[in-house]
Design a protein around this ligand. Structure first.
Ligand code: NAD
Length: 245
């Protein structure tokens, strides 16, 4: 049987890398998208290949429609299908509202929300034609509860949830599911920059009293892509140690 293909955006590091490796281990061919980190993306590709699957690194800035369209075309030519899309690319540009510039607001929306839209739009036709597909969007607990200093990030991740539900409704009859994962605080370079003080403040809000690992999120993405999740769409799965309930 031919292998299924997953396209993971921002797969050179953190949660995206863990998704790439988890899917490779499960037998998927893996397209490792990266924005700028070519070296790290190539390392992810080599690790994926060590599981005996095919893997390619493809550069594209997800906020640029032409680059995303070219990436999807190339993937379809190379692997024949995109069975699973994981919209994982994301950035933060934190600041208190009074100091947040319009540019920093727009930049975060461009990558986190427009980028997710661009990738979904590029795969919709082939998925509808195939009458199957799985779209998994990385939101955040912050998109549900908001956060001081993250108005741009919270708006983008809340937008990802609303986008997920609309796409789920539009594509459900075509056997294409669309779900979101809302991670809490996961140990990656996005959270490594936080001070110890901020980290202990966060941990005080997490009933499980520890940061999550990228693999904790990747395993849920694998579940959402699996046949076990055939009848699940439009949902937001929290992977946050009980932070939001
Ligand atoms: P990360 O910084 O390691 O990963 C983000 C990836 O996105 C990087 O590889 C980066 O190069 C890539 N990227 C950034 N801009 C891009 C662009 N324009 N085009 C293509 N790729 C781009 O951080 P992470 O923690 O692994 O984050 C992964 C996702 O999970 C993000 O969407 C983030 O918002 C979300 N998330 C993370 C946490 C956490 O605690 N770490 C919590 C909730 C949600």
């Amino acid at each position: 049987m031919s292998r299924l293909t997953v396209l993971v955006t921002g797969a050179a590091s953190g949660i995206g890398k863990a998704c790439a490796l988890t899917f490779a281990q499960a037998g998927y061919n893996v397209v490792v998208n990266y924005g700028h980190s070519q070296q790290a993306a190539l390392e992810t590709v080599e690790l994926c290949k060590s599981y005996g699957v095919e893997s390619e690194a493809v550069q594209a800035d997800v906020s640029k429609k032409e680059e995303v369209d070219a990436m999807v075309d190339l993937t379809l030519k190379t692997f024949g299908s995109i069975d699973v899309l994981i919209n994982n690319s994301g950035i933060t540009k934190d600041n208190l509202l009074l100091r947040m510039s319009s540019e920093d607001f727009a930049d975060v929306l461009d990558v986190n929300l427009l980028g997710t839209f661009n990738c979904i739009k590029a795969v919709v036709k082939p998925m509808m034609k195939a009458r199957k597909g799985r779209i998994i969007n990385m939101s955040s607990v912050i998109g549900v509860i908001g956060n001081i200093g993250q108005a741009n990030y919270a708006a983008s991740k809340g937008g990802v949830i609303a986008l997920t539900k609309s796409v789920a409704r539009e594509l459900a009859s075509r056997n294409v599911t669309c779900n979101a994962i809302a991670p809490g605080f996961i140990q990656t370079k996005m959270t490594d920059v936080l001070s110890d003080e901020v980290k202990s403040g966060i941990l005080a809000q997490v009933p499980m009293a520890r940061l999550g690992q990228p693999e904790d999120v990747a395993k849920v993405a694998l579940f959402l892509a699996s046949e076990s999740a055939n009848y699940i769409t439009g949902q937001v799965i929290h992977v946050d140690g009980g932070m939001v309930m």
